[in-house]
Write a protein that binds this ligand. Structure first.
Ligand code: MN
Length: 199
């Protein structure tokens, strides 16, 4: 089990934001890797399940989805900055979830649109030195293997052990397996994660 307890007040805030949000945008860093794509889409599937009032849930990647991750469930929903609509979607969102980055600079060319957005800004990440002034709430732990692993533990804390759909689990496992630090941690004989659930 993940040793560090999540802050109860932070969990309540996130649950409330997700439950009330009507327009949700999720984003990750440019030149997305497996951890960025996996956490972005894993969280998208969680929003599909738990954001009961959402009219739109849009994953955005600054430079789009790389070809080698287009097989991931939900990858066809990803909007690239080159699409031209991403900035407007950020401006209209009442919840913006950022994954696998520690500063909006890593969202270029969408960094300014993000900074100008008025919605609640949540960061879930495992890099050092998160930019604390840029987000409303930060869930960050640089000692954890990957953003996907952190997202997995966070989701369980928010919504219980059975929270992951099959698609969410596929996406999060992909990031967990492809992030270099995550692969090393898996090799270091961590106990198997019990997060598989078909629905
Ligand atoms: Mn990454």
């Amino acid at each position: 089990m993940y040793a560090k307890a999540f802050d109860n007040q932070a969990l309540a805030t996130i649950r409330s934001w997700v439950a009330k949000a009507e327009r949700i945008v999720l984003t990750a860093h440019l030149n997305a890797d497996g951890d960025a794509c996996g956490s972005l889409l894993g969280c998208t599937h969680l929003m599909d399940r738990y954001a009961k009032n959402a009219q739109s849930i849009v994953p955005i990647l600054p430079t789009g989805c790389p070809e080698n991750f287009r097989w991931l469930p939900g990858a066809d929903r990803i909007v690239a900055a080159s699409d031209g609509k991403a900035g407007t979607m950020m401006a209209e969102a009442d919840l913006l979830v950022c994954l696998d980055l520690n500063t909006p600079d890593r969202m270029e060319p969408l960094d300014q649109a993000f900074r100008q957005a008025k919605g609640h800004k949540l960061l879930v990440d495992h890099h050092h030195n998160p930019a604390t002034g840029e987000f409303d709430l930060i869930v960050s732990d640089h000692t954890i293997s990957s953003t996907c692993e952190l997202m997995h533990w966070l989701a369980q804390a928010l919504w219980g052990e059975d929270c992951l759909t099959h698609d969410a689990a596929v996406c999060l496992y992909t990031g967990l397996r492809t992030a270099p630090s995550a692969a090393a941690s898996l090799r270091a004989s961590r106990p198997p994660l019990s997060w598989w659930r078909s629905t």
